[in-house]
Design a protein around this ligand. Structure first.
Ligand code: GDP
Length: 324
């Protein structure tokens, strides 16, 4: 029986990954911060099957203790505040959690047991102002937010520990991945939630930012599978994980409203408040390396994903109304 330790276990990806590892008969540990009032909603259904232990990316000793206490074979570093606009408000804290947090975790592994395999959640936000389309493992990075910059530090320190200490460290450069468990502030979920509310008469409009940006959106459930695959290889390597398709925010909005039988133009209002200081205009990933080497491919395609999210939010509000 293998043991895994997941930071950020209560997040979207952490919850899907924990489910996957439990199915594979892993013993699953997840870190929670003592100081935070963690929202455990996403792991409520598996809370009895996983072990929550103290671990804080700001606190080196807590990470050493978490590793000593759980004795994992694999560590997945998924923790962190990943909503991009919020990182302009807290650039220093973003660096502490995301950049130095990954370093503290790697340092803890180096001190406790160098044989532990490490997965770092890197992101397509590191490509930012993209140097080419589509983006692959060789594409030059150009982050456009404190989030992207901090993630880039974490990415390179992961590579550096691999090269310096011969540790099994991998970085997955995951493009946007969504699900009904996505936080309400992210654009896909903001739209699916608003469509549900408008459909049920609970709201009349949806305020949005830049509708022209384009993203390569996949399903989070498909993407956690590849995190695990990356740690099962003979040699540690980095991989781009994406669908290879790109769609604009306007297309997303149109698909979501149309699915509920509504015309988006009747409801969407542009509010400059949601326009960012610096934008990532276009993301589109080339995941050929993962498809060839890991035999991975995404299963849920974009339109289906959006329809699943809209249906899930409509159902959620419906159930709430009927139970109140
Ligand atoms: P990101 O790609 O990690 O920043 O994921 P998000 O889901 O937060 O944003 C995706 C894109 O949607 C960005 O280019 C945003 O500028 C754009 N966008 C347009 N309007 C909104 C909005 O109201 N909320 C969010 N979150 N993003 C918006």
């Amino acid at each position: 029986m293998k043991t895994a330790l997941i930071t950020g276990v209560a997040g979207q990806d952490g919850s899907y990954l924990a489910e996957l590892l439990l199915k594979k008969d892993y013993e699953v540990y997840g870190t929670v911060r003592r100081s935070s009032t963690s929202n455990l909603e996403r792991i409520k259904h598996i809370q009895d099957d996983i072990k929550l232990i103290h671990g804080d990316l700001l606190d080196q000793n807590s990470l050493i203790e978490a590793i000593e206490g759980s004795r994992p074979d694999e560590i997945y570093n998924l923790a962190g505040q990943s909503f991009v606009p919020a990182t302009w408000d807290k650039p220093v804290l973003t660096g502490e959690f995301t950049a130095l947090g990954a370093t503290r975790l790697l340092e803890a592994i180096r001190l406790v047991n160098r044989n532990i395999r490490f997965y770092q959640a890197s992101t397509s936000e590191m490509f930012g102002k993209v140097a080419e389309v589509p983006q692959n493992e060789q594409t030059r990075f150009y982050p456009r937010s404190p989030y992207g910059v901090a993630k880039l530090y974490a990415h390179w320190i992961t590579v550096n520990y691999r090269e310096s200490y011969d540790m099994y460290c991998c970085s997955g450069i995951l493009f946007n991945h969504e699900s009904p468990r996505r936080g309400l502030e992210f654009v896909t979920r903001k739209v699916s939630d608003a469509v549900a509310r408008i459909k049920l008469g609970l709201s009349k409009e949806l305020k949005m930012g830049n509708l022209d940006a384009k993203r390569d959106w996949g399903f989070a459930g498909d993407y956690v599978e590849v995190m695990w695959l990356m740690l099962q290889q003979n040699e540690p390597e980095d991989f781009v994980i994406s669908t290879g398709e790109t769609h604009s925010i306007e297309e997303l909005v149109e698909i979501a409203f149309t699915h509920a039988g509504l015309d988006w133009k009747d409801y969407v209002v542009i509010d400059p408040k949601f326009v960012r200081p610096a934008e990532v205009d276009l993301l589109m990933g080339d995941s050929s390396k993962a498809r060839e080497m890991l035999k991975w491919q995404p299963k849920v395609e974009f339109e289906e994903l959006i329809r699943i999210m809209v249906d899930s939010d409509i159902k959620r509000y419906d159930t709430q109304e009927h139970s109140s």
